[in-house]
Design a protein around this ligand. Structure first.
Ligand SMILES: NC(=O)c1ccc[n+]([C@@H]2O[C@H](COP(=O)([O-])OP(=O)(O)OC[C@H]3O[C@@H](n4cnc5c(N)ncnc54)[C@H](O)[C@@H]3O)[C@@H](O)[C@H]2O)c1
Ligand SMILES: O=c1ccn([C@@H]2O[C@H](COP(=O)(O)OP(=O)(O)O[C@H]3O[C@H](CO)[C@H](O)[C@H](O)[C@H]3O)[C@@H](O)[C@H]2O)c(=O)[nH]1
Length: 327
C-alpha cells in the first residue's frame, strides 16, 4: 500500500484525513510535534514525532517511509494569537513549511496537498471570493498561509513540485462514528465553545462584536463539515496522481451563517439554551467570509454531503458528549 505523509495528523483535521486515507487504501504516516495535537488521535497508521523545523528528522522520515505525497496540515492557526505573537506564526508556519517543502523535494516526493485558508482573502466587502480573488490577509495567520502558497508556486517553477492548495472556510463537525473529533486546548472555535457553554464547562460564550455591517451585526462564516473537507483531500491526491497539475480550490459551501444564526441552530439541535453575552470585537476578525466558487465541485467532483449547519452541530455535539483525548 502507498504511504502518504500527513503533517499535523494528530490534530483535528489531520486525524480525520488519516481516517479517510486509510479508508481509501493508503497508509497515513503522521508527522507531528503534538504542540496542539494528541497522540491518542493517531489511530490509522504509524506515528513519527517530530517538528517541521527539524530538517534532519524530516529527512529520516522521508527515507524510512518513502511517501508518494504529503498532506500538510501542521500549523498554528489561531487568529487572535497570531496578532499577539506574529513571530511565532511566521517561524512555525512559514519556516516550518519551507523546511518541509525542501525536504520533500530532496526526497523526490513531488505531490503536495496544502491546508490554506479563506483568511488569506481578508476583509473584502461585497466581493465574491473565488480562487482568483486578490489575497489581502488582515492577520498574521492568514499572511503566513499566503506566504506558503507563494513558496509552493516557486518550488513548482524551480523543481516541478505538483501541489493542490485548499483554501478552507470554517471547518466544523466531527467523525460521525466518534473515533476522532475536535479537541483543542485551549479551544477558540465558535461551535465547540458554544457546546462547552451549553454543557456548563464555561460560564457563557462571548459573541465577539454585534456591531459589524451584517444583517444582525455579528460576523458571517461559511461552515464546512470536516468529513466533507477531508473527502476533497482524497480527490486532490487523486488529481495529482492523475497528473492534472497544480491547482487552487476553495472548500466552502457558499452559504454564510452569522454567529447569532449558529447560536439559534445550536439551541435547536441540542434543545438547550446557549448562555452567551456580547463582547468586544476580536482583533483580526473579518466581517464576512463566504466562498463564491464551485470549482471543487466542477473540477474535482467534490460533493459535500454533510455540511448543513444542523448536521455539523449534531456531530460535534455527539463527540463533545462522548469523545476526548487524554494525551
Ligand atoms: N479548523 C479550521 O477551521 C481551519 C480553517 C482553515 C484552515 N485550517 C488549517 O488546517 C490545518 C489543520 O487545522 P486544525 O484545526 O486541525 O489544527 P490543529 O491545531 O488541531 O492541528 C494542527 C496540528 O499540527 C501540529 N503542529 C503544529 N506545528 C507543528 C510543527 N512545527 N511541527 C509538527 N507538528 C506541528 C499540531 O501539534 C497539531 O496536531 C491548519 O494548517 C490550519 O491552518 C483550519
Ligand atoms: O468565542 C467566540 C469564538 C468565535 N466567535 C466568532 O465566531 C466566528 C468564527 O470564529 P472561529 O474562531 O471559530 O473561526 P475563524 O472565523 O476565526 O476562522 C479562522 O481561523 C480558522 C482556523 O482556526 C480558519 O483558518 C479560518 O479560515 C479562519 O478564518 C467569528 O466571527 C468569531 O468572531 C465568537 O463570537 N466568540
Amino acid at each position: 500500500m502507498e504511504k502518504v505523509l500527513v503533517t499535523g495528523g494528530a490534530g483535528y483535521i489531520g486525524s480525520h484525513a488519516c481516517k479517510a486515507l486509510k479508508a481509501a487504501g493508503f497508509i497515513p504516516v503522521t508527522f507531528d510535534n503534538l504542540v496542539t495535537g494528541w497522540r491518542d488521535a493517531v489511530k490509522f497508521g504509524p506515528f513519527e514525532q517530530g517538528d517541521l523545523l527539524d530538517r534532519a528528522r524530516l529527512d529520516e522520515v522521508f527515507a524510512k517511509h518513502q511517501p508518494i505525497a504529503v498532506m500538510h496540515f501542521a500549523a498554528l492557526s489561531q487568529v487572535g494569537e497570531s496578532m499577539a505573537e506574529p513571530g511565532l506564526y511566521w517561524r512555525n508556519n512559514v519556516n516550518g513549511s519551507l523546511t518541509l517543502i525542501e525536504a520533500a523535494v530532496a526526497a523526490g516526493c513531488k505531490g503536495f496537498v496544502f491546508s490554506s485558508t479563506c483568511a488569506t482573502y481578508g476583509d473584502q466587502d461585497n466581493v465574491v471570493l473565488d480562487e482568483n480573488s486578490a489575497q489581502y490577509p488582515i492577520n498574521a495567520y492568514g499572511a503566513s498561509k499566503r506566504a506558503i502558497e507563494d513558496i509552493l508556486r516557486d518550488f513548482e517553477a524551480a523543481y516541478g513540485l505538483q501541489h493542490v492548495i485548499f483554501r478552507y472556510f470554517n471547518v466544523a463537525g466531527a467523525d460521525p462514528e466518534g473515533e476522532v473529533g475536535e479537541f483543542h486546548q485551549p479551544e477558540t472555535h465558535l461551535i465547540p465553545l458554544m457546546l462547552d457553554a451549553i454543557a456548563g464547562k464555561r460560564a457563557a460564550l462571548t459573541v465577539f462584536g454585534d456591531d459589524y455591517d451584517t444583517p444582525d451585526g455579528t460576523c458571517i462564516r461559511d461552515y464546512v463539515h470536516v468529513c466533507d473537507l477531508v473527502d476533497a483531500h482524497i480527490l486532490g491526491l487523486k488529481w495529482l496522481q492523475d497528473g492534472k497539475g497544480s491547482r487552487v480550490f476553495n472548500l466552502g459551501t457558499g452559504s454564510g451563517f452569522s454567529v447569532r444564526e449558529v447560536l439559534d441552530h445550536s439551541r435547536a439541535v441540542t434543545n438547550q439554551t446557549v448562555p452567551h453575552e456580547i463582547g468586544a470585537r476580536r482583533p483580526g476578525d473579518c466581517t464576512k467570509l463566504v466562498s463564491g466558487s464551485s470549482r471543487a465541485e466542477e473540477e474535482l467532483g467534490w460533493a459535500p454531503k454533510r455540511s448543513t449547519l444542523d448536521k455539523m452541530i449534531a456531530d460535534a455535539w455527539k463527540w463533545h458528549q462522548t469523545g476526548h483525548y487524554d494525551g
